[in-house]
Design a protein around this ligand. Structure first.
Ligand code: SF4
Length: 387
């Protein structure tokens, strides 16, 4: 089955949607399908639901039976429609359907690879860099990525709801005048109601030294139906930026394109973070297709992340050498706006380190010898006083 075709052709899409709805004992109704709350109520979470959705492999069957205690499983009907039911190597499927390999612990695997717990100053508020903080808004997502760097927290029931933490968060931010940038992130802040989001953003925005507020969200990919004019109005009111999360061009369906249009037309700046994943996007053409598809819907590819060494993700991670090869295959080979920064979040809390192929061949006597995208070398000569 070609998922691109299925998503684009309304007749084929309708047939698959009907099959999906029937798993829940309903028939396809476009109005219900386009209601994000219906999508959330009809997520695939149980092994028997996946049995009806896909031709499962032994590894997936074992994964579904054994991993849910370690990390939640959920897939929205929207995202489920993009999965090839017959292909275990489907790049959409690899992102959200657990496999037995998740139970393996490899060398270097960590539960908190970014060292966020160490920098938590108030429950759910991480302050590592001097001028910016991360606020974990809630602990649920529309669907669960099998490589989630916060799997130790997400859907584990350990994070109090934000209303109970908000006074302490605001008090900390008011007292720390060096903080100018707040990132609300996963769990997914766009799953909050408009009223709750308005209240949270309003209280953060009322702090005079907070200049910049970002939200990290995979909702436009997992649940584009959530992007409504009412939600966009709240985001616009508080002048936020959005960091989205897409891993494969097949995620940019007509519904996703409409959601991104609504956001872009509402004046919300959009960037995308992509996690480099084995068997999902680890070849140049696949990545190129993704970054081009993102530009078409006015989303700027921002970061390409080396997959964090979270316990149980070895089967989804690539080598750093592969990442360098891929980013070298993009830089200079396509529009500069389409090229994300390839970074490794240094394990243990070292922060993001940009990685790229060696572009300076030598630098001596005031002359830098540069290697360009085609492998040719060129000299840049410093002004005389630096020679
Ligand atoms: S959307 Fe983000 S926080 Fe949620 S499961 Fe995926 S990576 Fe984790």
């Amino acid at each position: 089955m070609n998922e691109n075709t299925a998503a684009a052709d309304p007749l084929i899409a309708g047939a698959r949607r009907d099959e999906i709805c029937r798993i829940f004992g309903e028939s396809y109704d476009p109005a219900r399908w386009n209601d994000w709350r219906w999508q959330m109520r009809h997520r695939f979470i149980k092994p028997e639901q996946f049995e009806k959705l896909l031709r499962l492999t032994t590894s997936e069957r074992r994964g579904l039976a054994m991993t849910h205690e370690k990390f939640a499983v959920a897939v929205t009907p929207h995202f489920a429609e993009l999965i090839d039911p017959d292909d275990p190597d489907c790049p959409i499927r690899r992102q959200v359907v657990p496999r037995e390999e998740e139970l393996l612990v490899g060398p270097g695997d960590m539960t908190d690879p970014c060292g966020e717990d160490h920098d938590e100053v108030v429950p759910g508020l991480v302050h590592r860099y001097p001028d910016r903080v991360l606020l974990l808004a809630l602990d649920t997502c529309a669907a669960y990525c099998r490589y989630c760097t916060r799997s130790r927290l997400v859907n584990q029931g350990e994070l109090d709801p934000l209303p109970r933490r908000l006074d302490a968060v605001v008090a900390y931010l008011e007292a720390h005048t060096e903080v100018r940038d707040v990132l609300l992130s996963g769990g997914d802040p766009l799953l909050m109601s408009e009223d709750r989001l308005d209240e949270v953003l309003g209280r953060i925005r009322a702090i005079p030294h907070i200049e910049f507020v970002r939200l990290g969200s995979r909702v436009p990919s997992f649940l584009p139906q959530r992007i409504t004019p009412e939600l966009v109005a709240v985001l616009r009111k508080h002048r936020v930026w959005l960091s989205l999360h897409f891993c494969h061009a097949r995620e940019i369906t007509p519904d996703v394109a409409r959601a991104c249009d609504l956001l872009a037309d509402g004046g919300i700046p959009l960037g995308s973070q992509t996690v480099l994943l084995k068997g999902v996007n680890d070849d140049v053409q696949t990545l190129k297709d993704l970054v081009h598809a993102l530009l078409k819907v006015r989303v700027r590819p921002y970061y390409l992340y080396q997959c964090d060494p979270v316990v149980g993700t070895g089967h989804l991670r690539t080598s750093v050498a592969k990442g360098i090869e891929l980013i070298s295959g993009l830089r200079g080979h396509t529009t500069g706006y389409a090229v994300p920064t390839y970074v490794i979040d240094a394990p243990g809390g070292g922060g993001k380190v940009p990685i790229q192929a060696e572009t300076i061949v030598s630098y001596e006597n005031g002359q830098a010898l540069l290697r360009n995208w085609a492998g040719r070398t060129y000299a840049y000569v410093d002004p005389a006083e630096h020679a």
